[in-house]
Design a protein around this ligand. Structure first.
Ligand SMILES: C[S@@+](CC[C@H](N)C(=O)[O-])C[C@H]1O[C@@H](n2cnc3c(N)ncnc32)[C@H](O)[C@@H]1O
Length: 287
C-alpha cells in the first residue's frame, strides 16, 4: 500500500484513536498490551460480493470491522436479504439490534443493506453515541449490555428481535449476560452474532485460553447442549435437560460466532428407497 505523508498521518491517527477507544473499554489494571491485529489495517477494496461492494461504497460515518467479516456476513445474512422469512414464503422487515455504536457507521451500513423498512436499534453505554446517527438510520438506546432489565426493555419496545450483533464491550461476563437475556427473546429463525471473539483469549476482556465463561467456551458448551438428548440417553448427566432446545446451529468463524434459532424439535429418522438387507443387520449396527 503506497501512502503519501498526509494519508499516512490520517491512517496513524485513525489507528491511535481506535486503540485509545478500545483501551477505554478494557477493565482497569488488565490492559491488553499486545494487540497484533491493529497492525493489519488494509483498506484496499474488499471484493466483488454484494455485501463487499456495499461496504466499499459506504460513505457515511466510520465502520470498524475486520477484513474477513463481509465474507461471514455474505454467508450468514443471505437468507435475510429480502427481509425476515415467513412460513408462508413471504417476508417482513427485519428487526435488528447492534450492540456497540461507536461512530454509528455500522448502523448506517445495516440501514443501507436491509433497506428503509428494517427496524434498527443501536445500543451503547456511551451517552455521546445518542445523537451520532440520524433517527431515520437507527434508534439509539443508551445502557449497558450487562444490564438484563435494560436489554429486555429494548426488545419489548421493538416488539421482538430477529438479528442481534454483539459488538459491544467484548467483556466475557457482559457477552454472557447479553446472550442469556436475548436468546430467549430472539425470533424463531433468528440469528445471534458475537463479534471480535479473539478477545476471548485476552485477559483484559476476562479472557484466557479455555477460560470458563468466555464467549468461545460458552459456545463450545452449546455444542454439547445441542446434543444433550444423546448423552442423557447414554446415561451421562442423566438429570440434566437440554438448555437450548431451539438452538439450530453454532458456527465458529475467526473472531465471529453465529448462533441460529429454529423451533425446538424432536429428531426423527427418515427412510427412502427399498431395504435390501435383513432388518437384523440394522439391529446389529445399534442405532
Ligand atoms: C468496537 S466498538 C463498536 C464498533 C461498531 N459496531 C462498528 O462496527 O463500527 C464498541 C462499542 O461498544 C460500546 N460499549 C462498551 N461497553 C459497553 C457496554 N457494557 N454496553 C454497551 N456498549 C458498550 C463502546 O462505547 C463502543 O462504542
Amino acid at each position: 500500500m503506497n501512502l503519501n505523508v498526509s494519508e499516512l498521518h490520517g491512517t496513524l491517527r485513525e489507528r491511535l484513536r481506535l486503540r485509545s477507544r478500545l483501551l477505554k473499554l478494557v477493565p482497569r489494571g488488565e490492559r491488553v498490551t499486545r494487540m497484533t491485529g491493529w497492525a493489519d489495517l488494509d483498506n484496499s477494496p474488499l471484493g466483488e460480493g454484494a455485501i463487499h461492494r456495499a461496504l466499499d461504497n459506504h460513505q457515511g460515518h466510520l465502520i470498524h470491522k475486520w477484513r474477513h467479516y463481509p465474507d461471514v456476513y455474505d454467508e450468514v445474512l443471505a437468507g435475510y436479504r429480502n427481509g425476515f422469512p415467513l412460513p408462508d414464503g413471504g417476508y417482513r422487515p427485519i428487526r435488528l439490534i447492534e450492540i456497540g455504536v461507536s461512530e454509528g457507521g455500522s448502523l448506517e451500513f445495516w440501514r443501507e443493506w436491509f433497506g428503509p423498512d428494517a427496524q434498527i436499534v443501536g445500543i451503547d453505554i456511551d451517552p455521546s453515541c445518542a445523537d451520532l446517527v440520524d433517527p431515520s438510520v437507527a434508534t439509539i438506546r443508551i445502557g449497558s449490555q450487562a444490564d438484563p432489565d435494560f436489554l429486555r426493555s429494548v426488545v419489548d419496545e421493538m416488539g421482538g428481535v430477529d438479528i442481534v450483533i454483539d459488538d459491544g464491550s467484548h467483556v466475557a461476563s457482559h457477552q454472557k449476560v447479553t446472550f442469556d437475556t436475548l436468546w430467549p427473546r430472539l425470533s424463531t429463525n433468528g440469528m445471534f452474532l458475537i463479534e471480535d471473539t479473539h478477545t476471548t483469549y485476552w485477559p483484559g476482556f476476562e479472557g484466557g485460553l479455555r477460560r470458563p465463561g468466555t464467549a468461545i467456551e460458552e459456545a463450545k458448551q452449546l455444542v454439547d447442549d445441542m446434543h444433550a438428548r444423546y448423552y442423557i440417553e447414554a446415561g451421562e448427566d442423566a438429570a440434566s435437560e437440554p438448555r437450548h432446545p431451539d438452538l439450530w446451529s453454532v458456527a465458529f468463524y475467526d473472531s465471529i460466532i453465529v448462533m441460529r434459532k429454529r423451533s425446538a424439535r424432536t429428531p426423527a429418522r427418515i427412510t427412502r428407497g427399498t431395504q435390501v438387507r435383513p432388518a437384523s443387520d440394522w439391529a446389529e449396527e445399534g442405532y
